[in-house]
Design a protein around this ligand. Structure first.
Ligand code: ADP
Ligand code: MG
Length: 257
C-alpha cells in the first residue's frame, strides 16, 4: 500500500520544505521507498536534497503541462530509497498556463497514479499559496500534513486552509484526510511557544503529532549543503526529531489498517 501525503500551509516559512526533505529522508532511512515531489516554483526541496537545477531535464512542470511521464522526471538522490521529482523556476508559469486546460485540477493525481505503487510514501512539498498547484496536490493526496510554526499568529489563515481542504473533499477528492498537524520551530525558552502548542492542541486535538520540531541550527544549515539532516548531522537534535516523526507516521498508518 502506498500513501500520498501533501505537506501544505499557504503561509511561507513554516517548515513545509524542511519537513518534506527530512521526513522523506527519515522514512527512507527506516527502509521505506519514498518519492519526494517538489511542486513549489522556488524549488527549495530540489536544491535542498542536492539536485542541481541546471542539470534537470524534466521537472514537475513538464509532467503537469507537457504530459511527460513522471518516470522521465525522476532523479535519484544520494539517499538510498529516496527519489525526487524536481521543480525549477519554469513551474512559475504553470499557474497561468493551467487555467485554460481541461481537468486542470487532476493533472498531478493522474500522473502520480502511474508511479505511486513503486513507493511506500509520496510526499508533496506544496507552494505557499492555495492556488492551482496546491489544489492539484490536495486532489492527488490521500492526506495532508499541516506544519504550524510555534509563533505569533500561528492559527491565522488556518481556517482558509481548512476551508480549501473541505472544498477539495467536496468536489475533487472525497477521501482526502488530515494526516496530522506538526508543530515546528519550537523554542522552549519562550512562553509563547508553549501557548501556541496549547492552542493548536485545543483546535486539532489528537491530530497533533506528539513529535514537536524544535528550532535547531543544523536543520537550517543542511539545505545549503544540499543534504537532509540525516546525512548532514545524524547526531543532531534535528535528525532525532525527524526520525521520531517518521516513526509516528508509520505507526499511525499501521494502526489505521
Ligand atoms: P516553508 O517551506 O514552509 O516556506 P522552510 O522549511 O523553507 O519553510 O523553512 C523556512 C526557513 O526556516 C528555512 O530557512 C529553514 O531552513 C528554516 N527552518 C525550518 N525549520 C527549522 C527548524 N526546526 N529549526 C531551525 N530552522 C528551521
Ligand atoms: Mg518551501
Amino acid at each position: 500500500m502506498s500513501k500520498i501525503i501533501a505537506i501544505t500551509n499557504q503561509k511561507g516559512g513554516v517548515g513545509k520544505t524542511t519537513t518534506s526533505v527530512n521526513l522523506g529522508a527519515s522514512l527512507a532511512s527506516l527502509g521505506k521507498k519514498v518519492l519526494l515531489v517538489d511542486i513549489d516554483p522556488q524549488g527549495n526541496t530540489t536544491s535542498g536534497i542536492g539536485i542541481n537545477k541546471a542539470d534537470v531535464s524534466n521537472c514537475i512542470y513538464d509532467i503537469l503541462i507537457n504530459d511527460v511521464h513522471p518516470e522521465e522526471a525522476m532523479c535519484e538522490t544520494k539517499i538510498p530509497g529516496l527519489t525526487l521529482i524536481p521543480a525549477t523556476i519554469q513551474l512559475a508559469g504553470a499557474e497561468i498556463e493551467l487555467v485554460p486546460t481541461i481537468s486542470r485540477e487532476v493533472r498531478l493525481k493522474k500522473s502520480l497514479q502511474l508511479v505511486k505503487n513503486q513507493f511506500d510514501y509520496v510526499l508533496i512539498d506544496c507552494p505557499p499559496s492555495l492556488g492551482i498547484l496546491t489544489i492539484n496536490s490536495l486532489t492527488a493526496a490521500d492526506s495532508v500534513i499541516i506544519p504550524i510554526q510555534c509563533e505569533y499568529y500561528a492559527l491565522e489563515g488556518l481556517s482558509q486552509l481548512l476551508n480549501t481542504v473541505r472544498l477539495v473533499q467536496k468536489h475533487l477528492n472525497t477521501s482526502l484526510q488530515i494526516e496530522g498537524v506538526l508543530l515546528t520551530m519550537f523554542d522552549a525558552r519562550t512562553n509563547l511557544g508553549i501557548q501556541v502548542i496549547e492552542e493548536v492542541k485545543k483546535y486539532f486535538q489528537q491530530k497533533v503529532y506528539q513529535t514537536i520540531i524544535p528550532r535547531n541550527v543544523r536543520l537550517s544549515e543542511a539545505p545549503s549543503h544540499g543534504q537532509s539532516i540525516i546525512t548532514y548531522d545524524p547526531r543532531s537534535k534535528g535528525a532525532e526529531v525527524y526520525l521520531e516523526l517518521a516513526k509516528e507516521v508509520i505507526t499511525y498508518e499501521q494502526a489505521a489498517r
